[in-house]
Design a protein around this ligand. Structure first.
Ligand code: UD1
Ligand code: CA
Length: 457
């Protein structure tokens, strides 16, 4: 047991985001930023996590889930005031408490672990995670004494001109000796420019009691960006995008233009898959080897088989087999299963359907609530008429059936194996095995009548 505890601050309003959505819930590559913080803390063996919630607390709790306990900070009087809220749940614990802001999503698990280890091995009462920035504007500065020891943290707004020249900043993450933390917090006042109780003041309080305070400097300043506005959000998204894409490239995935490819953290892609520019891949998605995605495809929560090609298309919550060709401009909607060697061509929409091996839906069709057998051919413009205005109905099409162009299949209806539906038919009755069905008006030719019509005009 390492006796490690965590306090995550998520109560503030985040006014600088100018958004109705709570700051820590803003997505980075499709996931709420708070999720990254939780994921990075996960491997560090924390026994108890307490999240401090306030603004949008129900949404925040729902996102964080049961990996944390919660305390409400009714009024947001500052980060120090926020940490005090965890007192009842943590004060009697002997050990180390890490305090993390919910708006610093790029700190990695390795960095959290190193901070813990630095803190524990140096036997400090507090260890600040710091970094050096070319432009430290807005961040709290780490003030050191002539022996290079940490003296205090001063907030940008409270800093003197000389202090503002310091480029070592407080990342907002610290490890504390748990008991020392809550004792010191009781002494924090709010005599500063913002009239807030700052957790950063704990450092100076401990220092004045001659407690040991240290800093762990993280080399990669990209990890420590604090997201206060949409400019920082865009910057952080770029950094995360590069981090994820680089990991895929190192694993053997080909990404033609990584700056224009957006892959969420949960996506898994096999080596030798190729991702073309403009593609957005998110959620619980897996992509097998030799598959080509894009250009400009959007894949979410889907399983894509080997050597499939998905061009300029949208696929969501579906399962796509090996060597399937989709697009350009196709839409595969949720709960669709497409088996191997199927072709879904341009301007085809498929919804909640199963399509068996070798079937072709090549152009301009709607397939909804349907089950298509093997090696079926669906002609251009054929439509499953699944909705009667109040209910959805199923269409079943057997193996090797042939559906001609511009056919309406009025569901519920079954075309049995080898059934052949003539082009332009509207089918309202089942078609038996290997039968030919016509369901269209008989053609009438009136000789010379066209000329007569034209003359009338
Ligand atoms: C804070 C630090 C600053 C550091 C920076 C790093 C303080 C006083 N300042 O400043 O030194 O450089 O982070 O990014 O701590 N929150 C609450 N309750 C509150 C106030 C804030 O839960 O009453 C939460 C917010 O939701 C946010 C986090 O605490 O997730 C940090 O608050 P924020 O206002 O963003 O602090 P900064 O001004 O960025
Ligand atoms: Ca912040």
């Amino acid at each position: 047991m390492k006796n490690r505890y965590a306090v995550i601050l998520v109560a503030g309003q985040g006014t600088r985001m100018k958004s109705k959505l709570k700051k820590e819930l803003h997505p980075i590559l499709g996931r709420p930023m708070i999720q990254y913080v939780l994921d990075a803390l996960e491997p560090t063996s924390i026994e108890k996590t307490v999240s401090i919630v306030g603004h949008s607390k129900e949404e925040v709790k729902q996102t964080i889930g049961n990996v944390s306990e919660y305390v409400t900070q009714e009024e947001q009087l500052g980060t120090g005031h926020a940490v005090i809220q965890a007192k009842e749940l943590l004060q009697d614990k002997a050990g180390t408490t890490i305090v993390v802001c919910g708006d610093t999503p790029l700190i990695t698990a390795e960095t959290f672990e190193k901070l813990f280890e630095h803190h524990e091995s140096s036997q400090s009462k507090a260890t600040i995670l710091t970094t050096k920035l070319e432009n430290p504007t807005g961040y709290g500065r780490v003030v050191r004494n002539e022996h290079n020891g940490v003296e205090k943290i001063v907030e940008h707004k409270d800093a003197s001109d000389i202090e503002r020249n310091i480029n070592e900043i407080n990342t907002g993450t610290y490890c504390f000796d748990n008991e020392a933390l809550f004792e010191a917090l009781a002494k924090v006042g709010n005599d500063n420019v913002q009239g807030e109780y700052y957790v950063t003041d704990v450092i100076e309080i401990l220092k004045q009691q001659n407690d040991k305070v240290s800093a762990y400097v993280v080399e990669d300043a990209n990890e420590t960006i604090g997201i206060n506005d949409k400019v920082a959000l865009a910057e952080a998204s770029k950094i995360m995008q590069r981090r994820i894409n680089e990991a895929h490239l190192r694993n053997g995935v080909t990404i033609l233009d990584p700056e224009n490819t957006y892959i969420s953290a949960e996506v898994s892609i096999e080596a030798d898959a190729t991702i073309y520019p403009g593609s957005v891949i998110s959620g619980q998605t897996t992509i097998d080897s030799e598959t080509h995605i894009g250009p400009n495809s959007e894949i979410s929560n889907s399983i894509i088989g080997e050597a499939a090609h998905i061009r300029q298309s949208v696929v969501s919550n579906s399962k796509i087999g090996n060597k399937v060709k989709i697009g350009p401009y196709a839409h595969i909607r949720p709960e669709t299963t497409i088996k191997d060697d199927v072709k879904i061509g341009n301007f085809v929409e498929v919804k909640k359907s199963e399509i068996a091996q070798g079937t072709k839906v090549s152009h301009l069709s709607y397939i909804g609530d349907a089950s298509l057998g093997e090696e079926v051919n669906i002609g251009s413009g054929a439509v499953t008429v699944n909705y009667d205005g109040s209910n959805k109905h199923n269409t079943v099409i057997g193996d090797q059936a042939f559906i001609g162009c511009n056919v309406n299949l009025i569901a519920p209806v079954t075309i049995e194996n080898g059934g052949f539906v003539a082009a332009g038919s509207t089918i309202t009755k089942d078609v038996p095995e290997e039968s030919l069905a016509f369901g269209r008006a008989k053609q009438v030719n009136k000789e010379g009548y066209a000329k007569k019509l034209m003359n009338k005009k």
